[in-house]
Each structure stands twice: as C-alpha cells, then as structure tokens.
Design a protein around this ligand. Structure first.
Ligand code: NDP
Length: 284
C-alpha cells in the first residue's frame, strides 16, 4: 500500500477562500474580524509563528494586531494587556503566544482571556466545554487534525483511535474530539507500556510526541490513517514524529510535515477568529 497524502496546504487554501468570503460578509455588517496576538520576548520559533499568523490574517481580511512585550514583563502587566484586549470591540480573538518566559504563570494568564475571545481554545471554560460536549472554542491543532481525518470520508464510529501524547493543547483535546466522533480512544504517553502493541491496533493514529520520526513502520497497522502533529528539527530539516517514507508504505492516509497539520492549525485559528466575530454580529 502507498498512502494517500492528506494535503494541509490544499485543504487550507480551500478553507481560507471560504473564510475570506465570510469575512467579506461580516464587513457588509460593519464588522472587521480582529485578532490580537501577545508576544512576550523574542523566541525565534514564536516570531515565525506570529509572522505566519499575521500573513494568514492579511490573506483573508482579518485585522491583526501584535502586542510585543519585553521578556522581563511582569504577570500583572501581561494580564492588564489581556484585559485591555478583552474590552476592545475591534478584537474578537486573543492569542497569547506560548511558551511564555519561565517567570510567568501561563495558566493564570490564559484564564484572563475572555472565553469567547479565546481563539486558541485553551481557557478552562473551553477545555471543559469540549470535555462535557457543550459548544465552545476548540483548540486549533486538534480541530485541524480532525478536519483532515474526516476528509478521508471514513466512518469513524467504532474505530480504534490511538493518540500518542497527552498535552493539554494537542493530545487531550484530540482524544476528546475523536471520542465525540464515537471512536474507541486510547491515550498513550511516556509511561505507556508496550506502546507499539497499542499503536498497531490503531485505525486512526495521531502522533503528538515531539520526537523526530518516533513512530516507525512496525508500529503502524496496514491501512491506518496516520496524523503527524510533530514539528521537529533534525539534520537541519523540519520533520514530524512519524518516519514518513516507511510508514507511507503501510498507511492508507498520512499527513506530511511540513504541509500537513501545521498549516491547518493556522487556518483553524483564522476560522475561530471569524466565528468569534460572527457570534458578535449574528449572536451564537
Ligand atoms: P508536549 O511536550 O507537551 O507533549 C508531548 C507528549 O508526548 C507528552 O504527553 C509525553 O508524555 C509524550 N511522550 C514523550 N515521550 C514519549 C514516549 N517515548 N512515548 C510515548 N509518549 C511520549 O508536546 P505538545 O503536545 O505541545 O507537542 C507535540 C508535538 O507537536 C511537538 O513536536 C510540537 O512541536 C508539535 N506541535 C505542532 C503543532 C502544529 O501546529 N502542527 C501545534 C502544537 C504542537 P508525558 O505526558 O508522559 O510526558
């Protein structure tokens, strides 16, 4: 078998065209969707992410504002900036670029973002909404990954889904989304025993580990859908958590890195921002 590629670039292009039309419609109502990004310090990877987000906003007609704060900023100043954005009607989405410098309390900062402006879906209210099955903002990376899984057209009901990684921003919300789709979900982590035995049972395998080419072909079932969330640098190149070439020989569908989930993450951020502006315009 040679896997079909789940092309995040092509899917994003199509989705962004639709988002641009929705943003246009909002403008007819006098509302320009607005996204504010708070960037603390000068982490090079964060700088790249923020630039990509600004570019994405421009592409579809979202107003974007980047608030740059010094590395040494206090918790109080950071939270005061968030409060200002909470109160600003031109801003529908607020994103605090992570990671924050070590002296800042990330969870405390994220709790200051109004849940309805929390376009990252990291606020406790939004995480809890996903957990309990009520509407809320869904975290961008798992939301994009689920979109890609669904694009295969495979009926997810009753499928064995294995998520490797249990972070609050990827692994756990991904597992919740797959559960909502009636998959039977297993979450694996660094203390999981016999990992390969578990992953070999997966109809849907999501890797969110942060280790280059960690998922090897012997860990993958023939015909599986393999979603590679990882973004790693190895030998001077970007690669995922999946050993792409050999795994492609076994899987039925696979996401590439780059050009896979990463691209969709930003698209979902844009979608969450447009949705937040639509809630302002039309009510929820
Ligand atoms: P974290 O470091 O927060 O989580 C990694 C998870 O992998 C942890 O749950 C950890 O287990 C688990 N893990 C580590 N080693 C093993 C192992 N040997 N066996 C099984 N599980 C293991 O990372 P994130 O969730 O934030 O990110 C994961 C990857 O996805 C990274 O490469 C990151 O760069 C990328 N990423 C990509 C995004 C995109 O847009 N495509 C967005 C966000 C992240 P434990 O909990 O026990 O420590």
């Amino acid at each position: 078998m040679h896997a079909k590629i789940l092309d995040g670039k092509a899917m994003s292009l199509e989705l962004r065209e639709k988002l641009a039309r929705r943003a246009e419609k909002l403008k007819e109502q006098g509302i320009v969707p607005g996204l504010a990004v708070i960037l603390v310090g000068h982490d090079p990877a964060s700088e790249i992410y923020v630039r990509n987000k600004e570019k994405g906003c421009q592409e579809i007609g979202i107003y974007s504002r980047t608030i740059r704060l010094e590395e040494s900023v206090s918790q109080e100043t950071l939270e005061a900036e968030i409060e200002k954005l909470n109160a600003d009607p031109a801003i529908h989405g607020i994103l605090v670029q992570l990671p924050l410098p070590g002296h800042l309390d990330e969870n405390r900062a994220l709790r200051h973002v109004l849940p309805e402006k929390d376009v990252d879906g990291f606020h406790l209210i939004n995480a809890g909404s996903l957990m309990t099955g009520v509407p809320g903002v869904i975290a961008c990376t798992p939301k994009g990954a689920l979109y890609m899984i669904k694009s295969t057209g495979i009926d997810l009901t009753g499928k064995q889904a294995v998520v490797v990684g249990r972070s609050n921003i990827v692994g756990k919300p991904m597992a919740m989304l797959l559960l909502r789709e009636n998959c039977t979900v297993t979450i694996c982590h660094s203390r999981t025993r016999n990992l390969a035995e578990i992953t070999r049972n997966a109809d849907i395998l999501v890797a969110a580990v942060g280790k280059p080419r960690f998922i090897t072909a012997d860990m993958v079932r023939d015909g599986a859908v393999v979603i590679d969330v990882g973004i790693n640098r190895a030998d001077g190149k970007i690669c995922g958590d999946v050993d792409f070439e050999p795994v492609s020989e076994k899987a039925a569908w696979i996401t590439p890195v780059p050009g896979g989930v990463g691209k969709m993450t930003i698209t979902m951020l844009l979608e969450n921002t447009v949705e937040a502006a639509e809630r302002t315009a039309y009510g929820s």
